[in-house]
Design a protein around this ligand. Structure first.
Ligand code: COA
Length: 338
């Protein structure tokens, strides 16, 4: 007699496949060009553009909170998906800049959207958070624990960035992106390839623990700090392997791809990855970083949203998503564009 027969335990019925049904974005109203930040970091518009590809970024105004931006992006994604908000039974928010240790922002986002008792939680996987959320949502739908999942990537990194830090002040920015996942007759989301390298925990981090901040004689915001060159090397070399594995596991090659949507960390990292995986010239590459900076968990959905808005991406295209950041954490998957 098997253990199942003895206990009568049942597992959720697997339901088949999932796909992305809709996408939404919220870009804060305030545009901050390089010229506005260079004096505080003894830099130049030319240096920033050449080293990172960033021309301007957006920083949120006080009313553009993590919750407000999440809800705005989610509403657009719900409308794009053509579902009723009430059909969503799970809300997954990826963020590192919701400033309450607890509770998570996801239940508040769900409540403002008018959802009734959905599962709602945040995930902390930094810049890789959105791709983690898509991986989790895909598995929830396939595993039968949810039918429609809202995945949000949202940040207000301007709150936790030191405007005088030469290594980060020009990089980090604010915004929100959202995607609705739902059931599908055929696979619309490839297997997630994800992992972490905790040996490099200190390469991108909050400078110090909150308790150390509060015990200090002059408490100050524990800003993000980053060892940029080490992150750059890691991302440029290691992430190409992850990208290749995501293609292999989805059963496709670069020749089947229409879009490459990497985390918008640095155009030079994007170029290095594209070269390493031998991306054909015809595959369109997301370059949202130029106007948006690095919005961490929001960067992949914002970048895909812009490609759709600009006509560079079309519904039905195959997109390779890949994101990486503090942890170090990473995740990648192939997605059919909604
Ligand atoms: N403005 C002008 N000059 C700067 C500068 C700035 N903001 N920051 C550093 N420099 C100077 C340095 O002083 C150094 O000068 P030197 O050669 O005379 O000593 C030179 O530029 C190179 O510094 P380095 O730190 O090696 O720069 P870099 O080429 O590595 O570029 C980053 C810096 C941050 C753009 C790059 O490391 C990077 O993009 N890293 C990855 C960041 C990232 O993706 N983070 C998010 C991951 S989620």
């Amino acid at each position: 007699m098997s253990p199942t027969q003895r206990t009568g335990l049942r597992s959720a019925a697997a339901t088949g496949h999932a796909r992305a049904l809709g996408i939404g974005a919220y870009r804060p109203s305030r545009i901050v060009p390089n010229a506005e930040i260079v004096d505080a970091i003894d830099s130049s518009d030319e240096w920033i553009q050449q080293r990172s590809g960033i021309r301007s970024r957006r920083w949120a105004e006080p009313h553009e909170t993590v919750q407000m931006m999440s809800v705005a992006a989610a509403r657009e994604a719900i409308a794009h998906a053509g579902i009723a908000a009430g059909q969503i039974d799970a809300v997954v928010v990826a963020t590192v800049s919701h400033m309450l240790q607890t509770p998570a922002v996801a239940p508040a986002v769900a409540h403002e959207l008018g959802l009734e008792r959905p599962v709602a939680f945040d995930i902390s996987a930094a810049c890789a958070g959105f791709c983690h959320g898509v991986g989790i949502g895909n598995d929830m739908i396939r595993g039968g624990s949810a039918r429609y999942v809202l995945v949000v990537g949202v940040e207000r990194l301007s709150d936790i960035t030191d405007p005088t830090d030469r290594g980060t002040a020009f990089i980090f920015a604010d915004g929100a992106g959202a995607m609705i996942l739902g059931p599908s007759d055929e696979p619309g989301i490839g297997p997630v390839v994800w992992g972490s390298d905790g040996e490099q925990f200190d390469l991108i981090r909050q400078r110090e623990d909150w308790r150390d901040v509060l015990d200090a004689a002059d408490p100050r915001m524990p800003h993000l700090v980053m060892q940029g060159s080490a992150v750059f090397r890691w991302a440029s070399f290691e992430m190409a392997k992850v990208a290749r594995e995501a293609l292999d596991r989805a059963g496709i090659t670069v020749d089947d791809l229409d879009l490459f949507v990497p985390h918008q960390a640095n155009n030079r990292i994007t170029d290095a990855m594209a070269r390493a995986i031998k991306l054909p010239d015809r595959v369109r590459i997301a370059r949202d970083i130029a106007e948006q900076g690095n919005t961490s968990a929001a960067s992949v959905p914002l970048a895909l949203h812009r490609m759709l808005a600009d006509g560079e991406a079309r519904s039905g295209d195959l997109a390779l998503l890949i994101a990486f950041g503090a942890g170090l954490a990473y995740a990648a998957q192939v997605v059919r564009v909604p």
